[in-house]
Design a protein. Structure first.
Length: 246
């Protein structure tokens, strides 16, 4: 007997042809599991800059007991794609959800990235067919604050020569979206500053709302740090040698 549905119980009896034929006793047997069909109706929703929610509908033909789902995803940044590939930041991975769960929240994703996602179901026969892919985007976010995500974790490298300072500007490894411009900021510390105060953890960086011009702070001798923006340039004008002289 062919073309029976997998994993279902089938009862079979045999009878001879004739007017007084008597059927045999029914014999019941359950067929083995077969490959599960693909999940359907995938939908993806953005939660925030680093999280997406993916939902799906269970396969129409489970052909057995579904044991788990596998969510596959690959991300490609929506900006500066060539730099991403050179830096090895292509994101590939998977996450398993056990049981009948039909949704998952993917976290620790990269802002400003387009993700292609698919779902595969498993049963006792193994891996089924992958679903159709769906695309979801994480919104861009502001660049990381402080030294997080930079090549130099302790900030720019500075060499002093008299009244000039040559700064080796750090390239950001994480920018979370297309950069519009860069700023070089000088912080003036009070005359009473000690060597202990110069440790990065002890320097209170002024609020961006308090940034002034060089003319405003020239000759400053107050009791708290002040800052001014000494340069601002578009991302495509970032110095090729990473150096800037103040």
């Amino acid at each position: 007997v062919e073309n029976l549905n997998p994993y279902l119980e089938h009862s079979v009896s045999v009878a001879a042809l004739g007017t007084s034929a008597v059927a045999s006793v029914f014999i019941t047997a359950q067929l083995e599991e077969a490959a599960v069909s693909a999940p359907t109706q995938l939908e993806v929703t953005s939660i925030d800059e680093t999280s997406l929610t993916l939902t799906w509908t269970e396969p129409e033909m489970p052909n057995g007991i579904i044991t788990n789902y596998q969510v596959m995803y690959v991300g490609r940044k929506l900006y500066n794609v060539s730099e991403m590939e050179l830096a090895g930041l292509n994101l590939e991975g998977f996450s398993n959800t056990s049981g009948p769960l039909l949704s998952i929240v993917l976290t620790d994703l990269v802002p400003g990235t387009q993700y292609t996602l698919s779902v595969t179901a498993f049963n006792g026969a193994g891996e089924g067919n992958a679903s159709m892919s769906v695309i979801g985007n994480t919104p861009v976010d502001a660049p990381p604050s402080g030294s997080d995500g930079f090549i130099f974790p302790d900030g720019p490298r500075i060499a002093f020569d008299g009244q000039m300072a040559t700064i080796l500007l750090p390239n950001p490894l994480k920018i979370n979206g297309p950069l519009s411009h860069h700023q070089v900021i000088v912080v003036l510390l009070p005359d009473s500053t000690t060597s202990a105060d110069l440790q990065p953890a002890n320097i209170l960086f002024p609020s961006i709302d308090s940034f002034q011009t060089y003319a405003d702070v020239s000759g400053y001798s107050g009791a708290s740090p002040v800052a001014y923006i000494t340069a601002e340039f578009a991302d495509d004008l970032f110095p090729a040698d990473n150096t800037f002289v103040v």
